[in-house]
Ligand binder design. Sequence first.
Ligand SMILES: Cc1cc2nc3c(=O)[nH]c(=O)nc-3n(C[C@H](O)[C@H](O)[C@H](O)COP(=O)(O)O)c2cc1C
Length: 354
Amino acid sequence: MDALYENIIRPVFFTQDPEVMHEMAIRAMQVVGVVPPLRSFMEALNFIKTPNPVNLFGLNFPNRVGLAAGFDKDAECWRAAGAFGFGHIEIGTVTMLKQPGNPRPRMFRYPSRETVVNCCGFPNDGAEEIAQRLSKSMGRGKSSKKFPLGINIGKSKITPIENAAEDYLFSFNALADYADFFTINVSSPNTPELRRLQGRDFLPNLLGAVVKANSDRAKKLGVKRIPIILKIAPDLTFADIDAIISILDELGLDGICATNTTTWRPWQDIEKSGGMSGKPLFEKSLEIVRYISKVTDGKLPIIGVGGIVDLDSAGKMMNAGASLVQVYTGMVFRGPFFARSLAKSLIWRDSNWV
Ligand SMILES: Cc1cc2nc3c(=O)[nH]c(=O)nc-3n(C[C@H](O)[C@H](O)[C@H](O)COP(=O)(O)O)c2cc1C
């Protein structure tokens, strides 16, 4: 199936605008998601379950491969993720306010480099509308999901950085009933100043506010705290990462997602500005995952993401210390069933790991 995609379907897809193709992919997945017999049929063929689910942050993940944030920004097609082999999905980034994002075109492919550059700037329907959509598709408080649903939240463009915590809190509160875990995104390069939230001046206050809201909610409703993880940029120094880890430790965050896209450009032919994902990002993300695993003695759960474009890179990410991996750009180049192949190969790796 992957070969059919690469040799026949992909050359046709790649003649079209990346965002138009992305929207078509969302619509196709949406159909799978909302037609139960079709979904069940495709899940029977493609949903990959490890004999022993991966337990992380108190959640059971049926396999180690997730769909990274940015694909299903508006929670339109997440239900179909299992039918394509994924063991979890992160929707979003969702912001407090509905916003259009940056003008199009804002997604660019570089096939010879197996990379994508995007400068989307969090186009999304806003936390309230997305909460309503999730409520309709899931049913409030009850869930028939076969895999965990992560909700990735970020800051609205017009919210000043000094008020960022309020923006994240709004989204947290609006979406908490639907999230199996939250990812706090402070690392996308396309929202002005967002990455400053990774620093000591802002991060403790921002994360502290979300952690408190989470504990207050858990007490009030008599439910468990929702796991909260932080998504970081690949362009940080090790000193920056040390500072972040100590904040996560102080506040008792549940894990880290490394990494988002990079602003680094290894070659001049990648001339578009924005966040670069895919193959050239891999070594950076891998190095960061390895570093975090080393300095935390493997105790901080890590979701490894960035440049996983084949089985080998997924295996290396696991060896570096990731417990789960996520993919996005790899799927653009390898096709819709890339997650299925990866999940199967990681099950094989788990059972043969000595
Ligand atoms: C078109 C596009 C849009 C993205 N949007 C988001 C986003 O809204 N929030 C986020 O946290 N990451 C976003 N990402 C980053 C991915 O989640 C992932 O961290 C990054 O692409 C590296 O993984 P990859 O090399 O497998 O694509 C986006 C990536 C792409 C390619």
